[in-house]
Each structure stands twice: as C-alpha cells, then as structure tokens.
Design a protein around this ligand. Sequence first.
Ligand SMILES: Nc1ncnc2c1ncn2[C@@H]1O[C@H](COP(=O)(O)OP(=O)(O)OP(=O)(O)O)[C@@H](O)[C@H]1O
Length: 659
Amino acid sequence: MLPEQKTVPAKKRRRFGWGFRLALLWLLLVIGAALTADLLPLPDPGTTLTGEPETGPTPGHPLGTDGLGRDVLSRMAHGARVSLGVGLGAVFLGLLIGGPLGLIAGYYRGVVDRIIMTANDIVLAFPALVFALAVIAFAGASVRNVLVVLGLLGVPAWVRLVRGVTLAFAQREFVTAARTLGARGSTVMWREIAPNVVLPAVSYAFIIMAVVVVAEGSLAFLGLSVQAPTPTWGGMINEGRSTLETATHIVLVPSVVMFLTVLAFNLVGDRLRELTDVRQSGLEPARPQRPAVRAPAADAAPAPRREGPPPLLDVVDLHTGFRTERGLVRAVDGVSFTLERGRTLAVVGESGSGKSMLIRSILGLLPGSGVERSGHVHLEGEDLAGRGPEDMRKVLGTRLATVFQDPMTALNPVRTVGTQVTEPLRVHRKMSRAEAYETAERLLASVGIPEPRRVLRSHPHQLSGGMRQRITIAMALSCDPEVLFADEPTTALDVTVQRQILRLLHRQRDERDMAMVLVSHDLAVVADHADEVIVMYAGRVVERGPADALFTAPRMRYTEALLRAAPDLSAPSHSRLEVIEGRPPDLAAPPAGCRFHPRCPFARERCRTEEPALVEDTIPGRSYACWYPAGEVPDEGTEEGAGDLTAEDGNVGSVRHGG
Ligand SMILES: Nc1ncnc2c1ncn2[C@@H]1O[C@H](COP(=O)(O)OP(=O)(O)OP(=O)(O)O)[C@@H](O)[C@H]1O
C-alpha cells in the first residue's frame, strides 16, 4: 500500500441501520415476487374460483381468496408488476426530461435558469389530478398511459432536484478547476457535474417510486388505472370494499403490502439522501439585481506606462463587484501589478480582503450573474479581459493554471485520478489515451508521487491530502503553463505536508521558468517563497514591493499590523498573540477616507476623510497607501504632532522623507 494511501474507516461500513436493511429486504422481496410471479407455483391470478370465495388463509391459499375465489397471494405478486413497473417507468421518464433541464438551469443560471424555472412553476401549478383524469379519459386506462401521465407529473420535481444539486456542485472547486484547465461549458456540465448528480438522483428515485406507487394505487382505486382482469394493488382494494365486513383480508392484504412498500421506498430513499447530501460551498451566488452604475475609481492607481517588451502578466486597474441587496460589494477595487517569469508574487491580507476574487477575476472565472468586472489583464501584452469564454478557454490550463486550496474539493470524487490528470493532456495537447497516460505517469512521478501507475487507477478519496494536492499540481502543470496561480495551496493540509508542497511548487517554478501568484494567509510562507508581495485590504492594494523590504520595514500601518499579528515561533511560549482590533469593513459600504482608519491606532483626521493613493517609496518597486506611514511618524506621536505633519506635508511618502 502507498505510504499516504488511506483505508476505509470501519465506521463507514456500519452506517446503514436496521431500518434501512429491513426496508431493503422488503423491497427485494416485492421486486423478486414481481419478477418471478409467472415462475412461482401460484394459481393463475385471473382464474376464478380456484378456491372457496372470501376464505381467510388456508394451506392452498396462504393469503386467502377474494370475492371471486381468486388466490390473493398470486394476485398480489402479479399486481406488484403493475405498481413497480409503472413506478420504474415513470421515474425514468421524469428523469429523462427533468434531469437535463435541471442540469442546464443550474449550470447556466441567469436567463436560462429563469425561463426553465418559470415554465416549471407553471407546470407545477397545474392540478395533477385534472391532468391525469383528462389524459386517461381521452387516451384510455392502460399501463402505458398511466406510466406516461405519472412520469410527466414527476418532471417538475426532477427539474428542481437536479437544478439544486447542480447549483451546489457548479460552485465547487473541481468544477472551477476543470474550467481553469480550459474545459468547455457543456463538457464541465456532463463530465464533472452530471456524475455527481447521479447519487442524489438515485436516492430521490426511491422517494418518487413511493409517490408513484401511491398515485397508481389511487388511480386504480378510482378505476382509472389498468382495468380488470389485470390485477393491481389499488384495484384489489377497490374490489374488496364491498366485502369489507365479511372478508376484511381482501382489503387488508393489498393495503398493508402497499403501505410497507411505500414506507420501504421512503426509508431507503431518505437514508441514501442523507449519505449523498451535497455539502454547500462557501461561495453563494449573488442575488441578481438591476445593474448598479459604478463610477470609475478616481483615485485608482493609473495604468503604468512601460518601455520595452511587455511583462509576462500585467494586471491594470482590475475591479470586480457583486450586485447584492446591500449594494455593490467591491471585492476587487482597482488592483494593478506586474509579474515576470521565474518570479513569485504573494497576495496577502485578512480573510475577505479580496485575494481569491482577484485570482478568479484575472482568470475570468466569476459567477455567471450579478457580477461587474472592469480593467485589463495582459498576458505578454495581449489583453485577456476582452476575451469571451471560448477564447479564454484556450488560455486556461495551457498558459494560466491554478492550484486550489482544498485538493479534496478540487478533484472530482466520482472520477479516477487517471481520467482527471489525462483530460487536459488529451484536450489541449491532443494526445492519444495511451500517450496521455504515459505522460501523466511521468508528471505524477515528477511531483513526488510514488507508484504513479497505481495512483492513476485510484479515486481521490483513496489518497491522503498531500497526495491529492500533488495531483492537482500535476494537473495544473500538465500543459506547461506560464503563470501558476496557487490559492492557499496548503491551508487544507497537515503542517508536515505544507512545507513539502511549497517546496515542490517553488522547485517547479524554477525548473519550468514559470511565474507564480501565491495567495496565502501565512506570512512565514510568503517570506520564504515570494519575491514580491501585494498586501490587500478591503479589495484594494494598500502596499506592494519586494518581499524583503516589505517584511523588514513595512510602511502601511495595516501591513505592520498584519506582521505583528503573525505568530512568532521564536517567541517564548505563552507569549500573547497580537491581534488587529476590529473587523474588516463591509465591502458594500466601506468607510470614507483610508479604509483601515477605524482599526488603525495612528489614524488622524485626514485618514477619516481623504483616501490615500498608492505612492512610490524610495525603495524601487515599493509603494504604499498611508498618510502616516511607519518609519516616518513616531509611533508614540500625538494627534497634534501627526496633525502638524499632515498639514504641512501631505502624503508624498518617503520620496520626500526618505525610506
Ligand atoms: N458571490 C458573491 N457575492 C457577494 N459577495 C461576494 C461573493 N463572493 C465573494 N464575495 C465577497 O468578496 C469579498 C472578497 O472575497 P474573497 O473570497 O476574495 O476573500 P479572500 O481574501 O480570498 O478571503 P479568504 O482568505 O477567506 O479566502 C468578501 O467580502 C466576500 O464576502
């Protein structure tokens, strides 16, 4: 066994309780009886007077006979065929129509979703019984017609279920990962999401079976299902009504069997649903509203003009906002930076400062509706921001690749590692299956996976977190990207594995001469691996510069506070960790002036009213947005002292005062 491979915990094998097992046993019995009704040594269900009419259980007729002397057991077994056959057919028909509609609505959302769901609601509002009566009265009461009617009536429920599951999965990282590898929308929908819909759909199929069995029984009771002499459970209950007082068993037997069957379908369906429940991702789709008009940020750093060859990656004044009921949430607010080959840029900041959204915005991987994005992303001089999804696909996975935070959610749980790793190779590099598997084996070996052939045959859950992250790295590297985006690539991993993964990324960057954008909370990681750093606060860059300078002498008060709040392993044990007081601001209504001022111990009047722009420091490449930067204003400075400085000098940073 592989060193990091996991075994299935014993607990999982005990997760089906007795109720579930008994229910399953009962269903197997009923299905078995329906399938073998002709082979069982039972009297013909239609032959009248095989015994005394209306007898209770006798050795020849274990469940007695009905009013015409027909064997009740035989009629129950044959009746099961109709009930279960109609149920199964209706489930398939409903799923066949409702499944793809739900998948399309949940995946594409927006207008498509609204059209499908409105039509669905209209169909749902139509009285089901009237529809059933009309069709059966018009087309006749046959097994086929009953099946079609019940199947069509189930379509809206299927649409809702499949849409809900698709919505949840469409936000999962493995779907974003597939998109970052350049997969088409329809491919993502069918290959990544549809297999995950299967399990919830199976559990729901059991519940729908229960509903259809009851519905068919009710129609039969009303004389609207399959007609005599074909036995049906509902029909048997109907026939037994007249002899209810003299021969109760004629009604009781089909009623009890139907009750137990419906109960069993529900129990099995519910238990399966619990086991396959979709865990929601943190990213909830924004509620679509009327587009809010956003004024361009007047104080945004102007797009830098450069001479010579264009940088590898050049992000210029990027804005991304979500339209919500509270207003426009400005998750990324005028971010600019450049990055060259062989360099690592770290993006740091508290949770919610916009780091992940910055990456998604650069890659064009934002939720479909309710989003506003502007600005430019140049890759070797070519602007990607204007590209449509089809054109963007050509760059994703080939020139820009991503490694996500949680390798468990970044890999599709129902597909083998081999299919997932070989996919980009087959799609982008047009390799044959055999070639792709050979290359995948080499790739896995290059990211430190022992026994790569065996791992390619495994499913993600069979591997440890570290192994899974190595696999997502291998996938990201498969088409030799020029820029690798790593969004908190070690947060979900054990501390011992974190360093190995970071070293691996660093080595791959050097070997492949890539550029890397590393999002991290961990400032120690950043200090070890980044060449340049941008510090984000409330969607904006508040300081950027070479990692050494930024860590040794931060200028912006927020950077300083972040560094103070980072745990220092060399500090004596029981030392108190410093925290940044207060909370990050609401991005729908950030405070006026410097956005950090409500939490800044050095804030003065000017900080409350005027927003500081990013200004150049004397250290080349470094800039910061702070009226009273560290190293310039005495930290113990009084309000008056600081005020004097403000009044006189304004914010010209250390260009004037020196670093
Ligand atoms: N779909 C959305 N609708 C509305 N607001 C959103 C949406 N997605 C993200 N946001 C907001 O955008 C802001 C930035 O989120 P982002 O995930 O980029 O933060 P982050 O710095 O990466 O945080 P973390 O380190 O916790 O991942 C947050 O305030 C978040 O609430």
